[in-house]
Design a protein around this ligand. Structure first.
Ligand SMILES: Cc1ncc(COP(=O)(O)O)c(C=O)c1O
Length: 469
């Protein structure tokens, strides 16, 4: 057996025996040379093979780490029609869960927000203060829809860096991604129209169906591979679908990122049926690894993709600034915005334009991604320590959510209520689907610094789950 293969076998056996846990740092190349007595070339080759086989991951300037273990969650199948009555019920439930999560006593594993401590508060406040000193009455007019010109230009440049041609004129600045998504859906549908959503999906998609009186087909979204495109094709053939709202990167709640090929296929399939894609891409800056994944918008030669995102998940949640790259729908979206919220706050737009002008955004994002990856690993290790072995935790290459499947008999809505009594929140599966398929799943926010309180809260969850088995 080749020497490097002996080293591979040794390390994989150690990982299988939990000597090295997912997220833990492996000995550096030089340490491994000293430990194994093998040459640097041999050790490097072994590490490269281990990385290509998915056992370990390299992090620039930090070394090699054990990769999270793939755990296979049950495969969802098929599609279901979303009944309006059910989605109304869900909206009331979502409201209750979001309200309950606001109590500062609660360990907020159910939250959708990242830890604000990870954001550059001081620099943002400096930008806000700088613009507030030079604010003029004309700024309110100048920043009406489509929004601040400098901000739109900077966003267009960021698209260009990914090879995506979006002109500043196609971009509309909105009150967070939520407004971008809602206005996009409103721009391309009429009440009573059919749309496609994911199952499970971000609850904003369920809410818009009720608000705009749409009919929806919810298509199974696999935690590893994303939406089942064959199922989507069947739905497109069967119903007169107008739009499809979905996430192609770090889907909320399951965490999957569609492959480049699948994004291409998705855009082609929707174009064939003349269906508009409303792409929710709020987590795309939170990728792990070296390359930012492209959005489906990158493959949109027919101008059928409305790409929605915001700064809420990666820079500042409270400014409420997002955007949509809306192409030919930009004018309609501006008209709809003028009829609803009128505009996005001028000082907030100006402050963001000022902050982005300091050119510290990308270095902030690099630090943020690193912290999120480390925190996710710590959270996963803690969950593995305290949750029953039958719990399955989905891996994802970015973001700050873990999607967890529990044995069928554990109802996570009940778990949510019991956990709240112990000041711990989770996001139960019921928030993300109009059906009951995800009654034994929950979403766990890993963005928080790990300490005794978090460890104790996970231990509480573990005990509550064990009592329900
Ligand atoms: C998937 C997804 N889309 C959109 C939003 C809304 O983003 P924003 O806060 O920018 O309105 C959220 C917030 O939780 C989200 O998780």
């Amino acid at each position: 057996m080749a020497k490097y293969q002996r080293l591979i076998d040794r390390i994989t056996q150690q990982i299988a025996a939990d000597i090295w846990l997912p997220g833990e740092k492996l000995p550096s190349l030089r340490e491994q040379v000293a430990l194994s007595g093998m040459s640097l070339m041999t050790v490097m080759h072994a590490y490269q093979v281990l990385e290509s086989q998915g056992w370990i991951r390299s992090r620039p300037q930090s070394g090699y780490f054990v990769a999270p273990r793939a755990e296979f969650l049950s495969q969802p199948v098929g599609h279901q029609k979303v009944q309006l009555a059910e989605s109304v019920d869900i909206n009331a439930f979502i409201f209750d869960v979001l309200q309950a999560g606001r109590d500062p006593q609660i360990v907020p594993f159910g939250s959708a927000f990242p830890d604000p401590e990870l954001f550059p508060q001081r620099q943002l406040m400096r930008s806000l203060s700088a613009v507030s000193h030079s604010l003029t009455p004309a700024d309110a007019i100048n920043n009406l829809p489509p929004g601040n010109e400098t901000l739109r230009k900077t966003l267009a440049q960021r698209y260009a860096l990914q090879g995506i041609a979006v002109s500043p004129d196609e971009i509309v600045i909105t009150n967070g991604a939520m407004e971008a998504l809602n206005l996009s859906m409103q721009a391309v549908t009429e009440p009573g129209d059919w749309v496609v959503i994911e199952n499970p999906c971000f609850y904003g998609a369920l809410q818009v169906i009720e608000r705009l009186k749409l009919k929806a087909v919810a298509i199974a979204t696999d935690p590893r591979h994303g939406m089942d495109l064959e199922e989507l094709a069947r739905a497109l053939a069967r119903w007169p679908i107008k739009a499809c709202w979905m996430m192609t990167n770090q889907q909320n709640p399951v965490g999957c990122t569609l492959s480049r090929e699948k994004k291409q296929q998705l855009v082609a399939l929707l174009a064939e049926h003349q269906v508009t894609l409303i792409e929710d891409d709020v987590y795309s800056e939170l990728y792990f690894g070296s390359d930012k994944p492209l959005p489906a918008k990158a493959f949109d030669s027919q101008h059928r993709v409305l790409h929605c995102s915001s700064f809420s998940k990666n820079l500042v949640a409270g400014f409420r600034v997002g955007w949509v790259a809306a192409g030919k729908h930009a004018k309609k979206i501006q008209q709809l915005q003028l009829m609803s919220t009128l505009a996005t706050s001028a000082p907030m737009q100006l402050a963001l334009a000022n902050y982005l002008g300091t050119r510290s955004y990308d270095s902030h994002l690099r630090r943020l991604r690193q912290s999120l990856e480390q925190r996710k690993n710590l959270a996963r290790q803690s969950l593995r320590r305290h949750l029953p072995a039958a719990a399955r935790i989905n891996d994802s290459q970015g973001g700050y959510f873990l999607w967890i499947e529990l044995p069928k008999q554990v109802n996570t809505t009940l778990l949510y209520t019991r956990a709240l009594e112990h000041n711990v929140s989770i996001a139960p599966g019921k928030m993300f689907s109009s059906g009951e398929q995800y009654a034994n799943y929950f979403r766990f926010n890993t963005a928080w610094a790990w300490g005794d309180a978090q460890e104790a809260a996970v231990a509480t969850l573990g005990k509550l789950i064990a009592a329900m088995l």
